[in-house]
Design a protein around this ligand. Structure first.
Ligand code: FAD
Length: 385
């Protein structure tokens, strides 16, 4: 590997966050950016394992605003990078079966309206009409986001890496960061098995591993890895081409079309934190039964693929973006808590502003600083499955 001996900025981690940061820094004219990914390819961890959902409907203004920056960026992605993000606006339908969820979503209608996010509030009967393949006798309401949908994580990673490289960024794989040297209250160098890169700026974009990477620099980052699972069925011809992303909020399960089949994802509320990504067949069985209860067609469907991946969860389910007090030159871009793919474009843009302008101007990131946890400034996002 051709490791440079110095760099203006080193990014650790080549998932959607790292590659977006590399692209946005290079686009702002920083030529001396080095992106280090320990795997053989970029984007093979949480980014590759995600469901690809992109949506506006979050419970906090800052998350909605991150979506408002990101979804248009997916739209113009091909123009910017030469690769299509494969954005498909199939819509998101949150199905609500509990009174407390209905109340929580209803309370956000004013926020979405103020921000210009188009929302259709559906009655239980309207949900049943929209989902003829899914008997939902207990649906009491639905939130339909017609502008939401899906994009392709692999295409987005490839687009950002290619465009960043064309602009001069050095994007390296098989490059595990094993140490971060600090001195005099600032970052001095990044160490790998292949050598050391002297640098005064490091971005920790290591996703679920942002905690261990932070510890290399002596920084405590409260990001916890938690396994989530996905299963993709073989072809199910009955599923229409315009089938939406259906999120069964109380059931912690979601469904969307994936090629000729259906993708099912779920979160096990009892999942213990940890880096284990192996398939948990017991949890799979429970959630498949629940999914088949909501879509009886699944009882006849074959399985094409299944996998586990990691959410990178912070205590308040919001990301950590920005510099770290007490260690000059160290930045965090991680902890997106299960909705990071869709916020990748905004996150890279804003981080580039933080580094190059001293603060982000497109959107005020002050609420997302690491220090919020110590200062009691955490605020919860609850619209995440
Ligand atoms: C099952 C599942 C479904 C999901 N569904 C969605 C969804 O529908 N929509 C959505 O927006 N989000 C979704 N997410 C969340 C989304 O995938 C993540 O929030 C996002 O991909 C995080 O990107 P990242 O770049 O921070 O992390 P990653 O993609 O994990 O990238 C971090 C990278 O850092 C590398 N790394 C770690 N340590 C080192 C080191 N020491 N040196 C060098 N490199 C290192 C890793 O190898 C990895 O490639 C889902 C996640 C899962 C697991």
């Amino acid at each position: 590997m051709n490791l440079p001996s110095s760099a203006e900025i080193v990014i650790v981690g080549g998932g959607v966050m790292g590659v977006s940061a590399a692209y946005h820094l290079a686009r702002r004219g920083v030529r001396d950016v080095v992106l280090l990914e320990r795997e053989e390819f970029f984007g093979t961890e949480s980014t590759a394992k995600c469901a690809g959902g992109v949506r506006f409907h979050f419970g906090t203004e800052i998350n909605v605003r991150l979506s408002m920056l990101s979804l248009p960026a997916f739209e113009r992605f091909e123009e910017e990078t030469g690769y299509s993000a494969q954005l498909r606006r199939c819509g998101y339908l949150f199905v609500l079966t509990r009174g407390k969820d209905e109340a929580a979503f209803r309370e956000k209608l004013a926020l979405w309206d103020r921000l210009g996010v188009r929302t259709d509030w559906l009655s239980g009967d309207e949900v049943r009409v929209r989902l003829p393949l899914m008997p939902y006798p207990d649906a009491i309401a639905g939130v339909w986001g017609r502008d939401d949908g899906l994009a392709d994580p692999g295409a987005v990673v490839q687009g950002y890496v290619s465009a960043a490289s064309r602009m001069g960024a050095r994007c390296l794989t098989g490059a595990e960061v094993t140490g971060i040297r600090v001195g005099g209250g600032r970052v001095e160098a990044v160490e790998t098995k292949a050598g050391t890169i002297a640098t005064r700026k490091v971005v920790n974009a290591a996703g679920a591993w942002a905690g261990p990477v932070g510890r290399l620099a002596g920084v405590d980052i409260p990001i916890v890895p938690v396994k989530r699972q996905i299963l993709v069925t073989a072809a199910v011809p009955e599923i229409p081409a315009d089938f939406p992303f259906v999120a069964d909020f109380a059931g912690n399960i979601y469904f969307h079309r994936e090629g000729p089949g259906l993708l099912l994802g779920w979160s096990n509320p009892d999942q213990a934190p940890g880096f284990d990504q192996s398939l948990d067949e017991e949890s799979e069985f429970i959630h498949l039964e629940a999914s088949a209860g909501r879509m009886p067609l699944l009882e006849r469907a074959g399985i094409a693929r299944r996998w586990g991946g990691l959410y990178e969860i912070t205590p308040d389910h919001h990301p950590i973006i920005g510099p770290v007090e007490g260690l000059a030159g160290f930045y965090v871009l991680a902890g997106f808590s299960g909705h990071g793919f869709m916020h990748g474009p905004a996150a890279g843009l804003l981080l580039a502003e933080e580094i190059l302008d001293g603060r982000s101007t497109t959107l005020d990131l002050a609420p997302l600083r690491l220090e919020r946890f110590a200062r009691g400034g955490a605020f919860d996002e609850s619209f995440v499955l």
